[in-house]
Design a protein around this ligand. Structure first.
Ligand SMILES: [Zn+2]
Length: 163
């Protein structure tokens, strides 16, 4: 008799997550209504549902000088946006736009001892190669981390780690 009814949860409220609190944002822009509704100054009870719509009869008794935004402000905000893709670094030079000098460069590689280098060193020591052979991984580029530098401004652009 007690049907659990899982199908009721299927068409759940997963759609339209931010529908209702839209008028609070529009009210917050004008900033003539405090966030706390308790200290309402005087006969403004009808105003609670008033500024819901944008052109729904603005109250005339609120004739305070609202600072009008400068209409020419949105015309000066012209900027070039570089949509830069996330660059994945490997053990080879990468052509990318340097975020430091904003130029298309091919990264310069620099090998440094990383985790894999020290693990290889330790492994060689355990195997008995203690007569300097354990330092071979520090000379093998394939066992070291790779730092990508900008050849123009010498900025560190990224690091490729073996492990
Ligand atoms: Zn650069």
């Amino acid at each position: 008799m007690s049907v659990p009814g899982p199908y009721q949860a299927a068409p759940g409220p997963s759609s339209v997550p931010t529908a209702p609190p839209s008028y609070e944002e529009t009210v917050g822009v004008n900033s003539y209504i405090p966030t706390h509704p308790a200290p309402v100054p005087g006969p403004t009870t009808g105003l609670m549902t008033g500024p819901d719509g944008k052109g729904a009869n603005p109250p005339l008794y609120y004739t305070q000088p609202v600072p009008v935004l400068n209409p020419s402000a949105n015309t000066t905000a012209v900027q070039t946006v570089f949509v830069q893709q996330p660059v994945s670094f490997f053990d080879r030079p990468v052509q990318m736009c340097c975020p430091s000098c904003n130029k298309m460069v091919v990264t310069k590689l620099s090998y440094n001892a990383g985790v894999l280098t020290w693990l290889s060193c330790g492994s060689l020591c355990l195997l008995g190669c203690v007569l300097g052979c354990c330092f071979i991984p520090f000379c093998v580029d394939a066992l070291q981390d790779v730092d990508h530098y900008c050849p123009n401004c010498k900025a560190l652009l990224g690091t490729y780690k073996r492990l």
